[in-house]
Design a protein around this ligand. Structure first.
Ligand SMILES: [Ca+2]
Length: 218
């Protein structure tokens, strides 16, 4: 009597499915399969999980396992047992996402190239009294995993009326993965009327540009 295990693999990433066959065994007319984490010493075969010549087992978690086969014949003590080791390793963690640049106003993402200022994302400052001025905060985010390097003075203003808008607070010079930092723009009208400017946020080659608008009122 002889017990012999054939497998399609002996190791792999979790969850690992392994096919087992008792082909090569002889002298018996029944088989039993059992699987358990490898234990020190001389462990006994655990409770049978399958009784077919061919079976499959899914090892969900990383670890070292023993697969057991018992071949059972007729008569007392007519059996043979063997086991082999299956190694299941942890799946690779997902690849780190590169640094990314995103801007939010009032909790709403402002898309790169947005040329239509709106009150709901604070890009439209609305009516602002002469000499009063109004400050609006924006959030700069790095939704990636790698560090985002902004450098000094990452936020700039351009456009015909840029002189009436001022960056009063710059974001931090670098943002770790998933970190954020605020910046603020102040509008202080010199005369009545609509004013427009373009905000540019730059982090290396990554740029987000969007329009802001305000109206000076008496
Ligand atoms: Ca818009």
């Amino acid at each position: 009597m002889h017990a012999h295990i054939e497998t399609d693999r002996l190791e792999g990433l979790a969850p690992l499915t392994v096919k087992f066959s008792s082909q090569g065994s002889y002298g018996g007319n029944k088989v039993e399969w059992a699987f358990a984490p490898r234990a020190p010493g001389k462990p006994a075969m655990p409770k049978a999980e399958a009784t077919t010549p061919v079976t499959a087992k899914v090892f969900d978690k990383p670890g070292i396992y023993e697969a057991w086969l018992k071949v059972i014949g007729q008569g007392k003590d007519a059996e043979a047992v063997t086991h082999l080791t299956i190694r299941v390793t942890a799946a690779e963690p997902p690849a780190a996402r590169p640094a990314q640049l995103a801007v939010e106003g009032n909790g709403v993402e402002i898309a790169d190239g947005d040329a239509t200022p709106a009150t709901f994302d604070h890009t439209d400052f609305g009516d602002v009294k002469l000499k009063a001025g109004l400050e609006r905060e924006f959030l700069l985010l790095n939704p990636g995993d790698a560090r985002l390097n902004l450098g000094r003075g990452a936020v700039t203003l351009t456009g015909a009326d840029a002189a009436e808008f001022t960056i009063v607070a710059q974001p931090r010079e670098s943002l770790d993965g998933t970190a954020s930092s605020r910046f603020a723009i102040r509008f202080a009208p010199k005369t009545e009327g609509e004013r427009r400017a373009t905000v540019e946020v730059k982090a290396g080659l990554r740029v987000v540009k969007f329009a802001v608008r305000a109206v000076g009122t008496n």
